[in-house]
Design a protein around this ligand. Sequence first.
Ligand SMILES: Cc1cc2nc3c(=O)[nH]c(=O)nc-3n(C[C@H](O)[C@H](O)[C@H](O)COP(=O)(O)OP(=O)(O)OC[C@H]3O[C@@H](n4cnc5c(N)ncnc54)[C@H](O)[C@@H]3O)c2cc1C
Length: 336
Amino acid sequence: MSTSTAPPAELAPVVDAFAAAAAGQRRLVIRGGGSVLDRLPPTDAEVVSTAELTGVIDHRPEDLVVTVRGGTPLQELAALLATHGQECPIEPLAGHGSTVGGRVAAALAGPRQLQAGRVRDWVLRVRMVTGDARVVTAGGVTVKDVTGYDLCRLAAGSWGSLGLLAEITLKLRPIPTQSAWFTTHLPAGRILSTLYRPAAVVSTPTGTFVHLEEHPDDVAAQATVAGLEPAAAPRWPTAARAAVDPARLREVTALAASAGLDHTAFEGVGVCLVDGDADAIATFGDRVVRLGGHLLHLDAGAHGGPARATTTDAMGERVRAALDPHRILLDPRESR
Ligand SMILES: Cc1cc2nc3c(=O)[nH]c(=O)nc-3n(C[C@H](O)[C@H](O)[C@H](O)COP(=O)(O)OP(=O)(O)OC[C@H]3O[C@@H](n4cnc5c(N)ncnc54)[C@H](O)[C@@H]3O)c2cc1C
């Protein structure tokens, strides 16, 4: 990690806002597109928006690398990359208007994580204004550049609690030549053992959905081997999201089914999205925590508690103390 002596002028308002908040003991919450933030319980914290921090800084198609400002809408980035036949496979599952910074900060696993890997695996470098008003950069475009504190990995999934992601360098890949959803009544376990590296396998009460991304001949061959039928993508429940060790996902879907919740589970990823009665979701959340997982309520506080049901993360607290000693930055999942 390195600290800038002369941070870019465009970051001066953020640095000033952070310093003033520390001096006045005020709390701030960072807002990207608001697609998730606006679904969490409201807080009294002042909003720091990334709406002015947009645009691509550097795209090197030949190196499969792009650097963008944190407030850049993901859709805008995807459209630009598509003109070069490239993508960064971290597109959000839902959340119209979401930004690159918000996507990395929330780092919610999508169903394609099964094959594409985690959000943090695609982040090569970040420039960040930390809670103590320093502008720091961490990571690098080549392996040789990466020294010191791995702030990139810490920033992914930090929910704005360590600092504002001002610039993000992402690794890219060519867009697969074919990308299609299929369905089957075979259980997910059979599909996972039959197919070679499916992009996503999703279980629902009505059947198993499979996403294949490859050369068209390979997609057709894989679909035939597993007897898959072409289908539209499954519907994604949006009231809450349980995350557990992938090995315990079957227990979570059984809990959701017994609670009468509509549910959709990302196999091999350990995520189960649910819709249904708020009290049933709260009870389901308690049980998910007992399985060692956590539940994120995404229904603007319908359950009447903090957005996240989880256990305390002691290491996360230590990192926060190092980068935001005055505790000005709010993780919006934690309070009302
Ligand atoms: C109901 C729902 C469920 C979803 N479930 C999934 C899922 O399971 N899998 C999936 O892949 N996608 C999912 N998404 C989509 C996606 O993950 C989010 O929409 C997106 O990542 C949030 O981007 P945003 O810019 O709108 O962030 P916001 O909603 O504005 O903020 C989200 C968090 O990031 C912080 N933040 C925002 N910008 C920055 C920044 N520049 N620097 C530091 N912190 C910042 C905020 O403080 C907040 O904590 C879901 C979306 C919705 C609406």
